[in-house]
Design a protein around this ligand. Sequence first.
Ligand code: KG4
Ligand code: ZN
Length: 350
Amino acid sequence: MRVLGIETSCDETGIAVYCSERGLLAHQVYSQIALHAEYGGVVPELASRDHIRKTLPLIRRVLAEAGLGLPDLQGVAYTAGPGLMGALLVGAAIGHSLAWALNIPAIAIHHMEGHLLAPLLETRLPSLPFVALLVSGGHTQLIEVQGIGIYRVLGESLDDAAGEAFDKTAKLLGLSYPGGPALARLAEQGDPGRFYFPRPMTHRPGLDFSFSGLKTHARITFQTHSQPLLPEDPAMRQVRADIARAFEEAVVETLTLKCRRALQETGVATLVVAGGVSANQRLRESLDLMAKDQSVQVLYPQPVFCTDNGAMIAFAGCCRLRAGQRAGLAFEVRARWPMASLEPCDVDMG
Ligand code: KG4
Ligand code: ZN
């Protein structure tokens, strides 16, 4: 089955075709970074308008790359939430109309389920149940996955998501949007011993997270250490790098500790890590060490499929369409959408 995937939940237009027999046939991601950079964050109305401009040309390009025409498609999957309403509406309206015009089924996909299944673009479904750490710009969640569509939330962020904390701290350090990867690069020059940031909510039981205090900690540290220095002073750059390093280490250690705790509490032997922050090298190194120590397996998507993309939506759509699930004639998008409310999907993708 060949499924077109459309991702437009935030600031990336992602299009792909996934085939249940041959795997990923083609994919393209158009990033709106340049459009939003001057505002320091995503401007929802600009995002929607740009998705309108880019989605159809990108679909044409992906089909050409795959050597396919529209009649070769057997299903269309689109992200229906969570995300920005206007942005979601663009992908949903295009995906739904295309499916209707081609007389093929459409399926609405949960963005975070797309992230969660992204490692399966290359690996077989690990034995169930497994634990998933989803770390993106909008979500930080630990989930026990009992099957595709059967998700038990073990813990989540009570305030900022990990990616959001990266972005806000990066902005404070004068780095351009989206700050996560830029902060990670700056942290490489930081002295790990200079500042120590708290590891929030690690000294009490539970699997929830709280990252908003870290950016406040970063702001206070920055104000305290930057006052006597001029912006162009090399010592100033070092202060910023040292803060970036301390911040990154605090987030990484907190996420690692909670993953270890989730694996121990559930007795599960596989951890899947996905979402934009799973591209972070230091996080991967730390989780790999923990996994070795605990004799568990850890799986990640390849870096290009950590951040938003159409391939993960096409894959999730393929699973659900093959299980016989379909969207009705009316479509709906949701800014918020609890993962635990999804329909189970019994399908063998081997
Ligand atoms: O999954 P994603 O592309 O979009 C959402 O669903 O939110 O995640 C984007 C987030 C941003 O906050 C970005 O700064 C962060 O992932 N991110 C990173 C890295 N790459 C992306 N954070 C830390 N280190 C990275 N290498
Ligand atoms: Zn995402």
